[in-house]
Design a binder for this molecule. Structure first.
Ligand code: ADP
Length: 396
């Protein structure tokens, strides 16, 4: 069975086609700058050179038409199912959902909670239904893995009505990635996921950390939106909420300006003007003091969360690094774990430098906490969950 995974953003669509018989990638691609004067469609078939074409693509409908042309031209054919990444599932969705009119409506009703992400995800779904409504389509939610958070972890200390009437609570994100690497870690360690406590760190452009108890997420650093928690490439992470009033009163910033500031010009970018971790390292190596500070803050905040989540879990079997930074940045992994031997967390420097995907241990083998580096595969996890969802429907 071939499954197409779509990740629709406001001006881009990323996609991957999997052969689920062996979970291999048949085709990956991205269509960017949709709606601009010239869009670009890049794709790559397994074992072939990448292709790239600039063309006029005015909207998501035309983008998907172009993608389906590539599917037939390459002989990949029509997929048996489409899995859609949806960022926010609110309280409706605790697991993947076969897309129906009701499901589309519920995803639309969550838009106020995720105005920066859900509208584009929904547009991708609507256009795919229009073009390929005859094949089953499944929505897979970034929030779903965190549905197991207890109320004392997901509630904010705010008036009850804000939770009951407006859905104001912590939801958590990157769930597909945290779930995937937790399952891979269990496999690597030869233990059942349900028998393991672990802390998973997804460090990419966005970053989050999750406390997993017996295979279930019980706390995570992102909140009602992906802005809360760790310091990120351009997002501030945890901050004093009173800052908003201060910025409004002293600088006269509007809510939109504050939202933009905290999401797009803060985090590493705010501190040193660069959000790409490789660039930050280059700056620090050439003596840039702001880059040194950004790296120190980034690692310090992760370390604080690790300490908090060890306290929450009581015992941890594994600490897992993933995401572009978690998988590649040995220096940062070392910094985050430095001085944590008291918690059983120790890194072997040589193994840390040599760590290779898809899965590597970077702690001594007999260490009480197995520190692992695992390559995340969010698209594959979406395909796996979409397949399980349609098989469940068939078996009734
Ligand atoms: P996204 O969250 O958009 O999926 P990624 O998971 O690909 O992003 O992570 C992007 C981040 O990973 C960038 O900050 C990039 O600099 C960082 N990164 C990629 N390769 C390396 C590397 N070799 N060393 C340090 N950071 C890296």
């Amino acid at each position: 069975m071939n499954i197409l995974v779509l990740n629709a953003g406001s001006s881009s669509i990323k996609y991957s086609l999997f052969d689920m018989a062996d979970q291999s990638v048949l085709l990956t691609g991205i269509i960017e700058r949709i709606g601009e004067s010239l869009a670009v469609h890049r794709y790559r078939l397994a074992d072939e050179q990448p292709n790239s074409a600039e063309k006029i693509i005015n909207n998501h409908q035309q983008a998907l038409q172009d993608l389906f042309c590539v599917l037939s031209a390459t002989g990949a054919g029509q997929p048996a199912c489409i899995g859609h990444r949806v960022v926010h599932g609110g309280e409706f969705f605790r697991e993947p959902a076969l897309i129906t009119a009701d499901v589309t409506q519920q995803i639309a009703s969550v838009i106020p909670l995720a105005p920066l992400h859900n509208p584009a995800n929904l547009l991708g779904i609507q256009e795919a239904l229009r073009l390929m409504g005859d094949i089953p389509q499944v929505a897979v939610f970034d929030t779903a893995f965190h549905h197991s958070l207890p109320d004392y972890a997901y509630r904010y200390a705010l008036p009850n009505t804000l939770y009951k009437d407006q859905g104001v609570r912590r939801y958590g994100f990157h769930g597909t990635s945290h779930h995937y690497v937790a399952k891979q870690a269990a496999q690597f360690l030869g233990k059942a996921l349900t028998a393991l406590n672990m802390i998973t760190l997804h460090l990419g452009n966005g970053a989050s950390i999750t406390a997993i108890e017996n295979g279930r997420s019980i706390d995570t650093s992102m909140g009602m939106t992906p802005l809360e928690g760790l310091m990120m490439g351009t997002r501030c992470g945890d901050i004093d909420p009173a800052l908003h009033f201060y910025l409004s009163r002293t600088l006269g910033l509007s809510l939109d300006e504050i939202e933009n500031l905290l999401n797009k010009s803060s985090g590493c970018k705010g501190i040193c003007g660069e959000n790409d971790m490789r660039g930050i390292h280059r700056m620090a190596e050439s003596g840039d003091e702001t880059a040194r500070l950004a790296l120190a803050m980034y690692a310090y905040r992760i370390k604080k969360y690790i300490g908090a989540y060890v306290a929450v879990l009581g015992r941890i079997d594994a600490l897992v690094f993933t995401g572009g930074i978690g998988e590649n940045d040995a220096w940062l992994r070392q910094q985050c774990c430095a001085g944590l031997s008291v918690l059983g967390i120790v890194i072997d420097s040589e193994q840390n430098l040599a760590a290779n995907r898809p899965c590597a241990r970077i702690s001594p083998a007999d260490s009480p906490v197995q520190v692992l580096v695992i390559g995340t595969q969010e698209e594959l996890e979406i395909a796996i969950q979409a397949q399980a969802c349609i098989q469940q429907q068939v078996s009734g």
